[in-house]
Design a protein around this ligand. Sequence first.
Ligand code: NAP
Length: 327
Amino acid sequence: MEQHRGMVRWGISSTGNIAAQFADAFSRAERGRLVAVGSRTQDRASQFASTHQIPRAHGSNADLAADPDVDVVYVAGLQPGHVHDTVMFLEAGKNVLVEKPIALNVAEVDAMTAAAQANDRFLMEAMWMRFNPAHVRAVERINDGAIGEVRRIHADFSFALPYDPDHRLWNLETGGGALLDLGVYPLTFAWWILGEPASITAAGIVADSGVDAETTLLCSWPDGATATLTCGIDVTGTHTARIEGTGGFVEFPAPAHATDTVIVQSGPEREEIKETPPSLHYQVAEVHRCLATGEQQSPRMPWATSRAMIAACDGVRAQLGVRYPSD
Ligand SMILES: NC(=O)c1ccc[n+]([C@@H]2O[C@H](COP(=O)([O-])OP(=O)(O)OC[C@H]3O[C@@H](n4cnc5c(N)ncnc54)[C@H](OP(=O)(O)O)[C@@H]3O)[C@@H](O)[C@H]2O)c1
């Protein structure tokens, strides 16, 4: 196991919203220590380090990569930078946990997994929903047949954000758009339960800035199962998920991707799954487990799934006419 006195030493790359949430949740992770943060500016790195009691603050991500006392880097910057930063950290011998979406397109995912292989390092996309206790238990109940054969899935993640081409979600340069930021959660519900769809038909609205403002996906599987998945940054959605089967249904109330409560209606029986609240530290535990066993990727969020999901998003964007500068 990569460790120092029994501890896996972590660095955080970038100082935004999710980086702060990660630092707050990290104290609940066993056998890990936050030892460094890297930012594009020394001021932000120092401020973040002071707020979160992190010993070392680096004024560039290259300096974080060169820090010999870091075993794993959490890449929490914006999606256009994921490929560059992840490859840099892997080549510097770090293991990497990288925020969702892992990358903007499949060529970038391939570059990242190739770097992990070439440098024999661990890499995982931080799709935290897959590690939330309520979601894990609900999927187990579905796989155990609690609702019979799964036939339909409806999942949404949409909110109305005023149009502002400078906001990261409305801006192509910062990897904005509903699909890659929000749509990957409804897609994960469907993918986790039914696997890769055989076909995806997309419709939506592209904003003047070029990002997708609203996207609706109709997915189908060879056995006839279907999923209707919606995401949007200019529309108020229910932010719920509902899995319907031949013998019942499962409801994930809002916020579906981050709930601690799930309803399982199995025939006449109504069961409420209530688990500890979602937290970013559960995925840290999985990284530690993989490092301890020498696994280069997690079976719960393998490279092939990350790749196939981004390939599917590439196909959806082609249908909508959304292109990022790096495509
Ligand atoms: N898992 C989740 O629940 C969740 C939630 C929200 C977001 N995310 C993902 O996490 C990533 C970051 O999202 P966020 O909400 O934390 O974003 P944010 O608050 O805007 O922070 C992004 C950070 O990225 C760095 N950065 C690099 N290039 C940048 C650029 N050109 N413009 C602005 N900032 C840039 C900045 O850090 P420095 O200035 O320190 O370098 C900035 O603080 C995205 O990939 C997003 O999809 C995940």
